[in-house]
Design a protein around this ligand. Structure first.
Ligand code: SF4
Length: 218
């Protein structure tokens, strides 16, 4: 690509970011990943697997930034790739019975109640990761969610906050089995599932979803 104008420099950067994300996306498209199971919308996962739309520059940058931020290791086993019951995952950090899942976010929860209100899908992710680690002969003694703020935190909020996530493997195992079964049925269908009850185009997650136009026609 020849570079003759500032717009060419912008295009070059976005093209490289898109290439960086695309190879990972194409690999994951044909597999069931833990982050699929913890998505807030099965319909969105169906679109991502069966009929995806390209990402807007904002999304591409957010994904790229996220992968760059994950690069620094904290424990012995970093970016650990595991599989259980046909579900693949990459565990951020594991070592000596400790699991840490890192999240780089704009809003940092202050209390466990806020964590449950805004990030229940991340709690579910850590629980399922603990199960997958256990199934792969790695005992989980403690599991944590670590939040690191992207940019300026809101006044009164600390930029780095960790929460311990309680783990009950038996209870998690039964929820995991039900969730995997439900996803396998949905993803084998030729049509996407209905819009979940109570979802509106103006509220999260639809307000941030690239499929909003398909679902709500605007
Ligand atoms: S717009 Fe809403 S209902 Fe449609 S795929 Fe996205 S999150 Fe799901």
């Amino acid at each position: 690509m020849s570079i003759e104008t500032p717009r060419d420099v912008e295009r070059l950067f976005l093209q490289k970011v898109a290439e960086y994300n695309r190879s990972e996306f194409e690999k994951r498209r044909n597999e069931l990943h833990l982050t699929d199971l913890t998505s807030e919308c099965m319909r969105q996962v169906w679109f991502e697997k069966r009929d995806p739309l390209p990402d807007e520059p904002e999304n591409l940058l957010r994904m790229w930034e996220g992968s760059m931020m994950h690069q620094m290791p904290l424990l012995d086993e970093h970016e650990l790739e595991l599989e259980f019951e046909g579900v693949k995952t990459r565990i951020d950090e594991y070592g000596n019975g400790i699991l840490i899942e890192k999240k780089f976010v704009g809003f940092i929860p202050r209390t466990f109640d806020e964590l449950k209100k805004y990030y229940s899908h991340y709690i579910k992710q850590v629980e399922f990761e603990a199960l997958i680690l256990t199934a792969n002969d790695r005992e989980v003694k403690k599991a944590y969610l670590l939040f690191v703020c992207r940019g300026e935190p809101e006044p009164g909020r600390y930029p780095v906050v960790a929460f311990e996530i309680p783990i009950n493997i038996e209870e998690i195992a039964s929820r995991f089995a039900e969730t995997v079964e439900a996803y396998k049925i949905v993803l084998s269908s030729e049509n996407p599932p209905d819009i979940p009850r109570g979802f509106t185009p103006f509220d999260y997650p639809c307000s941030h979803c690239k499929y909003r136009g398909r679902c709500f026609g605007r």
